[in-house]
Write a protein that binds this ligand. Structure first.
Ligand SMILES: [Zn+2]
Length: 503
């Protein structure tokens, strides 16, 4: 019942007023607020609407005013950012979420309107925290104004957040007469996360604060092929060491984020048939690492976390971004609506195995002409070796390019064009605002980027490239570790997690 009434509500907003007075008239003034759902005779309410629909369009003005009491309190509750909000694991990327709501459509919101009255708004402490995560100090009144919550409710929420240490008083706002109001701001140092970026042959581990600032870090030459136990034991041991290095108790850990150099099923944190990771297939990474930390463990592939790190650090306002990692292999992380887009099986963004050459060289995936088989660091090194130039790896290619080797520069430019071919199609499909080129090959200078730009601007539709920016990665080698941290932070600070934390 309650649900039905609710679903009708938003659409009825226009005719509701017209319907309301009618209801009042017929049923006598004794009836409670009409539009206000609650158990109060939904059937009676609906009747007038169907029997006398005409006035709806004719009499809108009259309605504007009815029962200010109810209307003033309620619409804000539904119009608000969002209550229990987002699916865990992603989300929490803050205020812009307002765009999503659509009152009345989300199951999350049903309780809000179906509920009694004023003091029970949808914006919990966790949702309030999202507003403060940008670091700007705000007063209680400002928070009340933005959320539509009653002052008393804001005070409750703020007190809960203060007690958790996630926010703190940050000074006083300018007084408008009388005592100046206190402002509150997010305290990124309240907790920390552990972030691991595990590559094919290198590992980087960092502890960051809740704003993604690296507080301590270490790195090592670590072969992922050594197997999950060896590699994850390193993460666990050095994770504890880093925490004690900065005097943090492991209990203050909000989460652990791990990036792996292969396909990952994000929902379970398991690697799936990773080509260069013997022993990792199906291994339960969150369980293994979780035995040693009391915080949730999240896992994703390296390209997704790099995209997240680059987005968080340099492009927080770009809702749609592609991050291309051009290194030994080639992959792409997709940020859509501010969040990592993973697709149905977590395989989205695997651009390295899209065909670009016909006939082309055999790829390690078994097909021929894959992008990775012609434009990756390994492919360029092989092409150089054919010309009797000593090169075995992507890093050799980078060194040659930096030393001015013309064949290396030519091949890099051509690799950029090949990557651009695939990206041009992606631009037409996804219309990103920013394309970031990262990975070790991007360190070789502008040649790769120039090739990418050349083809994208030539091949993509004008509307899609009108404001498109194609840039070099600025986060560099740290992108993966920062992104792994951001993944853990966004999960740990999601409204539902924060509410659970405070409960
Ligand atoms: Zn392939």
């Amino acid at each position: 019942m309650a649900k039905e009434t609710h679903t009708v509500a938003p659409a009825a907003e226009a005719d509701d007023p017209a319907g309301s007075p009618a209801t009042d008239r017929r049923q006598g003034a004794a009836k409670p607020k009409p539009g206000a759902a609650t158990g109060s005779a939904p059937a009676a309410e609906r009747k007038p609407r169907t029997t006398a629909p005409a006035p709806a369009t004719d009499e809108p003005p009259r309605t504007a005013a009815p029962k200010p009491g109810t209307l003033a309190d309620e619409p804000p509750a539904t119009a608000k950012p969002k209550p229990g909000t987002p699916a865990v694991g992603t989300a929490a990327d803050a205020p812009p979420r307002t765009a999503a709501p659509k009152p009345g459509t989300s199951a999350d919101e049903l309780p809000a309107t179906a509920k009694p009255k004023p003091g029970t708004p949808a914006v919990g402490a966790g949702a309030l925290l999202q507003l403060l995560r940008d670091g700007a100090p705000r007063t209680r009144s400002e928070l009340a104004a933005v959320t539509g919550l009653a002052r008393s409710t804001v005070t409750q929420r703020v007190d809960a957040l203060l007690a958790s240490g996630l926010i703190g008083p940050s000074g006083e706002a300018a007084s408008t007469g009388g005592r100046p109001p206190t402002t509150f701001a997010f305290k990124p140092h309240a907790r920390v996360v552990l972030a691991a970026d595990l590559g094919a042959t290198h590992a980087r581990l960092a502890v960051t604060d809740l704003a993604g600032q690296v507080l301590a870090e270490t790195r090592a030459d670590l072969d992922i092929a050594a197997g999950p136990q060896t590699v994850l034991d390193w993460v666990i041991e050095h994770g504890h060491a880093l925490l004690s290095e900065i005097d943090r108790d492991p209990s203050g850990l909000l989460g652990v984020g791990i990036g792996l150099p292969g396909p990952v099923e994000h929902s379970t944190g398991r690697a799936v048939n990773p080509p260069i990771m013997p022993g990792w297939d199906g291994f339960d990474v969150p369980h293994y690492v979780g035995e040693h930390f009391t915080a949730p463990v999240l896992v994703d592939n390296d390209v997704n976390i790099m995209a997240l790190g680059e987005h968080f650090t340099h492009w927080p306002d770009a809702e749609h971004l592609l991050f291309v990692k051009a290194a030994t292999g080639i992959g792409c992380g997709i940020i859509s609506d501010g969040q990592v887009f993973r697709g149905a099986q977590g395989a989205a963004g695997d651009m390295g195995h899209i065909k670009v050459a016909e006939p082309g060289p055999v790829c390690r995936c078994g097909n021929t002409g894959c992008l990775e088989a012609v434009a990756s660091g390994a492919a360029i090194a092989a092409a150089l070796a054919e010309q009797d130039i000593k090169a075995h790896s992507a890093l050799d290619v980078v060194e040659l390019a930096r030393a001015g080797s013309v064949p290396a520069l030519r091949l890099l430019r051509q690799a950029g064009r090949d990557i651009g071919e695939v990206l041009a199609a992606a631009v037409n499909l996804l219309n990103p605002a920013v394309i970031v080129i990262g990975g070790s090959l991007a360190l070789a200078g502008d040649h790769l980027l120039a090739g990418v730009r050349e083809v994208i601007y030539q091949r993509s539709l004008p509307l899609a490239t009108q404001h498109l920016r194609i840039v070099q990665s600025r986060t560099g080698e740290r992108a993966g570790a920062v992104g792994a941290g951001v993944m853990a932070i966004n999960h740990g600070l999601s409204p539902s997690r924060v509410d659970a934390l405070l409960a």
